[in-house]
Structures are given as structure tokens and as C-alpha cells.
Design a protein around this ligand. Structure first.
Ligand SMILES: Cc1cc2nc3c(=O)[nH]c(=O)nc-3n(C[C@H](O)[C@H](O)[C@H](O)COP(=O)(O)OP(=O)(O)OC[C@H]3O[C@@H](n4cnc5c(N)ncnc54)[C@H](O)[C@@H]3O)c2cc1C
Length: 441
């Protein structure tokens, strides 16, 4: 019989690593084993845009409180590592070309302020580090963001936002967890044994097994598959999200720009000939039709880099998870055109764009885009997942919250908002039914 583990964590993405790190800090367990069939951080967690934000307007302040705590923890890791994680606070800039949306921008900023995201300031732009600045005067928008289209009618600059290196953070947490005794095992979990209504151990792809009384499902896009080993159905689905790394050798986007989002739906500006050809074919007609808001980019890399990361989830819909994910080769052209609507300088690349690098992965999520963190309805089983498009920024607090559930520490106020059992609560369902903005990018 192998030596039993106190806790087995399935999945060494950022969620499983953060769970292992926080469980090791609790110093209550002799043997914590983190199992992954792939190298740590290699499936989704090294494919992200690595951005963070406390800008999460919602029906309650749960996501804001959760992210504020996570950002506190990220800042602590930046201090511990002498900022080896390259944390910045450039902000997120949400832009619209539609003057009719200005009242909604102001309401969103005030509401976020009431929920704890920091003060809302309207047309009073300074260098605040928290809250949100709303600029509703196009002249002010142009003054502060001259590279945006002259059509930009208003922007929200949310300030407690930016980006950092997820791989550096993952490496730091994993190193600290391993130094505290966490074992990393390269294997596949192929089953979870239960008896008497509780977890007894896991079965492994190498033919062996590992007895344990505590099992954590941190399997990222595979959390539902792993939960089925416990005869549980998780209310999650996955969308494929693609990212392009683009060499901006003409310097269209300033290297000190924030993450910039065009929030309006749009129709792409093909030439008449291009439009006619695309519209003729059933496979490409969608490129000539209205596409949703949310095209975004940010500069990537330190001195000497000219890389932009470009994203736009215009095709987000539930899809089966395949490994490795496959990407649509028309994406770079579509995302470039979508972003040129807000940054017209990018039009210089039409027809002669440098060869893009494409990657990405899955957003595995619940319908309301909130995570699952806490106990499952089998004694000894827990989940940390459905981290959608915010798992990097949320991993520190998610790991801390999961560890508090397992160890039995007191729980923060936002804990109930992320339990699997919330879906059984009619009041929660009613609240979410009245809210249609999931905050997703
Ligand atoms: C294009 C894109 C952009 C994104 N941008 C951002 C962003 O800007 N900011 C942000 O915060 N988040 C972002 N995200 C989201 C973030 O990357 C994810 O939420 C996060 O990486 C999920 O981490 P995870 O640990 O849950 O999953 P993963 O990193 O996928 O890890 C799960 C691990 O479980 C392992 N596993 C699964 N099943 C088994 C099994 N049976 N046995 C053993 N091992 C198993 C897998 O091998 C994998 O390594 C983005 C995601 C994408 C795709």
C-alpha cells in the first residue's frame, strides 16, 4: 500500500498550485500531493493575457470583494519576490463610440464604487491608483488617449487593474509549496474511490492508487470530467478563447498604454470587394455581419518589445474541450480589424500584417461567470475551478478560500457566492436572473 496522502489535488494549473500553497501554509497536513498529467501551468494557465482588475460591477459586491483580496495577495507576492512577477497597475480602459452609452458608463462606475471598487470620478482625470475615471468629454478623451479613434465618445479608466507574469507567480507559489513539503506527481487521476459516502483515495493512470481522505478537483477545463469520478454533475461549460501576439513594429500603440477594450458591437470595415467575397461563402459570411463588443489589447514585454496581445471573444459559445485546442486561422485578421475600429493606426497593417503567433485555451465557467470554490456533496471532496477568464487574477484568493474551507477556518463574507450549493438558493437564482452582464472579456 502506498503511503496515504492527507490531501490530493488534481491539477497543477494556477488554481491547484495556489490551493497547494495555501494548504501548505496552514501547516495542518503532513502529506499534500499535487497531481498533473502535464507539466505544471502548461494547459491553460500559461496561455492567459495575465491581466487583473477589481472592475467587476455585478448585482452584489461579491466579485469586487473577492478580487480586491486577490489583488492584495498578488501585491504581497510582488513584494516578497522583489517584483519578479512584473506587477503593474496600468488600468483597464473601456471605450465607447456611442454617446448614448455615457449614462450607463457613469452608473457602472458609481455602482462599482458603492460595491467597494474605489471612488468614481467624472471628467476629473488625475493619477489615482484606485476607483475609476469616467471621461465623457471627447476632447478630454483625446487629450489623455490620443491614439484612440476620434469617434471615442467616452472611456472608463478603471485603476486597480493591470497585469503581471502568471508563470512567475505560478513558479513562486509552487516553489514555496514544494519547500513546505508539497509533492508534485506527474500522473493522470483516472478515478476517485469513495466508500460510506466519503473519499477514500484516487486511482492513477500508471495503474497505482493513492489513499486519501481529502480530494480537490482543480482540473481546469476538465473539472466536470473529474467530478464525474464522484458521480457529480457540475454546472459548467467551456468556451474556446484565442489570443494573438502581434509585432507592432510601427509603434501604433504606446508601450505604456493600459489594457484597452472597445465595448461597442461593430461591423468590420472590409473593402467592397472583400465584403462581397466574404458574404458569398457560408463559412465566411459571419465576418461581414455585426460582431459583439469586447475587442481588447495590451502591450506585452519589457524594454525592446513591440508585442501586443490581441483578443476578442466574438465566437464565444459552449464547445467540447479538446487537447490541445485548435484555433481558427481567420482570427488574427478579424481581431486586427476589430481593434482598428478603436485604434485606427492599426489600419496600416491591413494586407501586410507581420506573421501573428496564435494560442489560447478554454474559459471553463458557470452560467453567471462566478467560480466554484468549496465543498462538493461527497464528504472529503472539494472543488476550485470554473475560473473562466479570470483564473490568474483570482488564483491567490481562490486558493486561500479553498484552504479555509478544508481547514475549517472562518470564512470571508464572499464565500457563499462561490459555493456549488448557491444554485439551490432561490434568492441567489432570482438575483442572478436580473443581471445579464457577466463581466466577461
Ligand atoms: C486566451 C485566454 C486569456 C485569458 N486571460 C486571462 C487574464 O487576462 N487574466 C486572468 O486572470 N485569467 C485569464 N484567463 C483565464 C485563466 O487562464 C484561467 O482561468 C486559469 O488559467 C485556469 O486555471 P486552472 O488551474 O483552473 O486550469 P488549468 O491551467 O487548465 O490547469 C488544470 C490542470 O489540470 C490538469 N488535469 C486535468 N485533468 C486531470 C487529471 N484527470 N489528472 C491529472 N491532471 C489533470 C491539466 O493537465 C491542467 O494542467 C485567460 C484564459 C485564456 C484561455
Amino acid at each position: 500500500m502506498p503511503n496515504p496522502a492527507d490531501v490530493v489535488i488534481c491539477g497543477a494549473g494556477i488554481a491547484g498550485i495556489s490551493a497547494a500553497y495555501h494548504l501548505s501554509l496552514a501547516r495542518k497536513f503532513k502529506r499534500i500531493v499535487l497531481i498533473d498529467e502535464r507539466p505544471p501551468m502548461s494547459f491553460t494557465s500559461d496561455k492567459s493575457t495575465e491581466a487583473y482588475r477589481n472592475w467587476w460591477p455585478g448585482p452584489d459586491g461579491a466579485m469586487i470583494a473577492f478580487m480586491n483580496r486577490s489583488i492584495d495577495l498578488i501585491e504581497e507576492h510582488a513584494r516578497q519576490t522583489n517584483n519578479a512577477i512584473h506587477l503593474n497597475r496600468r488600468g483597464y480602459l473601456y471605450a465607447t463610440g456611442d454617446p448614448n452609452r455615457i449614462p450607463a458608463f457613469i452608473i457602472a462606475a458609481r455602482r462599482a464604487a458603492e460595491q467597494g471598487a474605489g471612488p468614481a470620478r467624472v471628467n476629473d482625470y488625475g493619477d489615482a491608483a484606485d476607483g475609476a475615471d469616467v471621461l465623457t468629454d471627447p476632447a478630454l478623451v483625446r487629450k489623455h488617449f490620443p491614439y484612440l479613434t476620434p469617434r471615442a465618445a467616452a472611456v472608463i479608466h478603471a485603476r486597480r487593474c493591470g497585469w503581471f507574469s502568471s508563470t512567475e507567480l505560478g513558479a513562486h507559489l509552487l516553489e514555496a509549496a514544494r519547500a513546505a513539503g508539497v509533492e508534485l506527481l506527474n500522473d493522470k487521476v483516472i478515478g476517485v474511490d469513495c466508500a460510506g459516502g466519503r473519499v477514500r483515495g484516487v486511482r492513477l493512470g500508471n495503474g497505482g492508487g493513492l489513499p486519501t481522505g481529502l480530494f480537490v478537483d482543480a482540473a481546469g477545463p476538465f473539472i466536470a470530467e473529474v467530478a464525474r469520478y464522484l458521480d457529480l454533475d457540475l454546472p459548467v461549460f467551456s468556451e474556446r478563447h484565442t489570443k494573438v501576439a502581434f509585432r507592432d513594429h510601427l509603434g501604433v500603440v504606446p508601450r505604456d498604454a493600459p489594457l484597452i477594450v472597445w465595448t461597442d458591437p461593430q461591423v468590420l470595415d472590409w473593402s467592397d470587394d472583400e465584403r462581397a467575397v466574404l458574404a458569398e461563402d457560408d463559412e465566411t459570411r459571419w465576418m461581414t455581419e455585426p460582431l459583439p463588443g469586447g475587442a481588447h489589447l495590451r502591450p506585452e514585454g519589457g524594454e525592446g518589445s513591440n508585442i501586443l496581445l490581441m483578443l476578442w471573444a466574438y465566437d464565444a459559445q459552449p464547445v467540447p474541450v479538446v487537447a490541445p485546442p485548435e484555433f481558427d486561422l481567420s482570427f488574427p485578421d478579424v481581431v486586427l480589424r476589430g481593434l482598428a475600429t478603436m485604434l485606427p493606426g492599426l489600419k496600416a497593417y491591413y494586407g501586410n500584417a507581420p506573421k501573428p503567433m496564435i494560442d489560447g485555451g478554454y474559459y471553463t465557467k458557470t452560467k453567471e461567470n462566478r467560480p466554484l470554490i468549496g465543498p462538493l456533496p461527497v464528504e472529503g471532496a472539494f472543488v476550485i475551478g470554473a475560473l473562466s477568464g479570470y483564473g490568474i487574477m483570482a488564483a491567490p484568493v481562490a486558493g486561500e478560500l479553498l484552504a479555509a474551507h478544508i481547514v475549517g477556518d472562518s470564512l470571508p463574507e464572499y464565500a457563499p457566492a462561490f459555493l456549488l450549493s448557491r444554485h439551490d438558493d432561490p434568492a441567489y437564482r432570482a438575483m442572478m436572473a436580473q443581471w445579464d452582464d457577466t463581466g466577461q472579456l
